[in-house]
Design a protein around this ligand. Structure first.
Ligand SMILES: [Ca+2]
Length: 279
């Protein structure tokens, strides 16, 4: 196996490496880090800055649900978030198999990988971290799922609107084509497609809204009523949070604040994930 020298790369190099690997839509950005998987494929992460933001949605937001109580959250550290959903090719490289229902190989997001499959012993993150350690790469042992707060901060990209691309109040939140939605996300019925095929959000991240829904680290539970710092969710519970909605559901389920949950052992055909790391 050929092992690349680990390195911090600038946006141009990341874009070139991703495009060379068959990724589409790799755009400009700064503070990107690429690690190399078994077989020498890239996994790109984008730096999301520390800061304070309003997590959840205001009472008047269209499509809002009761579990989205708006509250102030401070993230004290920058976080690296996967630029794309983890793809089937990336899962195959790390795990040696592909569980996806919508199996097309390559750059489509992996699906039907449970939270346990991702985070458990011998799972994706365990094997990835061991690979990074054995090849002397910089994030070894620290790659994980994003927390729910990190995910929402990343998805919002500094915005306070329903989606990172606006409120889209002129378009109904249905499966019917809407130019504003379709520029940024797959509409329901299209099914998951290769990552990075739509426009990125203001942080340069792709497919936060739709494509596949994404596991985060936290257990599901009600938000705190007051401000929180670096929240990690409830200490007990069996269901894990899923964010961003999938292309099986109308856009209202893909709002930045929208929450969903699944049992940790459920392998769902419209649910995948992206990675995170605290640099
Ligand atoms: Ca997604």
């Amino acid at each position: 196996m050929r092992v690349r020298t680990p390195r911090l790369v600038i946006a141009t190099a990341v874009g070139a490496s991703l495009l060379a690997a068959g990724f589409s839509g790799a755009g400009a950005g700064s503070g990107e880090v690429t690690v190399w998987l078994p077989g020498d494929g890239p996994l790109a992460l984008v730096r999301v800055p520390a800061g304070t933001f309003t997590m959840g949605s205001p009472p008047g937001e269209r499509g809002r649900r009761d579990d989205e109580t708006a509250h102030t959250v401070t993230l004290t550290r920058d976080v690296l978030i996967g630029k794309f959903e983890v793809t089937q090719a990336q899962w195959q490289a790390v795990m040696g198999s592909d569980p996806s229902y919508f199996s097309s190989g390559g750059d489509s997001p992996v699906d039907r990988a449970s939270w346990d499959d991702v985070t458990g012993a011998g799972g994706f993150l365990d094997r990835l971290n061991r690979h990074l350690k054995s090849t002397g790469q910089p994030l070894a042992g620290r790659v994980r799922l994003p927390t729910e707060a990190e995910w929402e901060r990343a998805a919002r990209g500094g915005t306070t609107t329903r989606f990172s691309y606006g409120d889209v109040l002129d378009c109904k939140d249905t499966c019917r084509p809407c130019p504003e939605h379709s520029r940024f996300m797959r509409l329901c019925g299209e099914g998951p497609r290769p990552v990075g095929g739509k426009q990125p959000n203001p942080f340069g991240l792709y497919d936060l809204h739709g494509n596949v829904a994404e596991w985060v680290q936290d257990r599901y539970g009600p938000y705190a009523a007051s401000a929180e710092t670096d929240p990690t969710g409830p200490a007990r519970g069996t269901d894990r949070v899923v964010r961003g909605g999938g292309s099986d559901r109308p856009p209202v389920y893909s709002r930045s604040a929208a929450r969903d949950l699944r049992p940790a052992d459920e392998r769902h055909e419209h649910t995948g994930f992206r990675v995170a790391e605290s640099p």
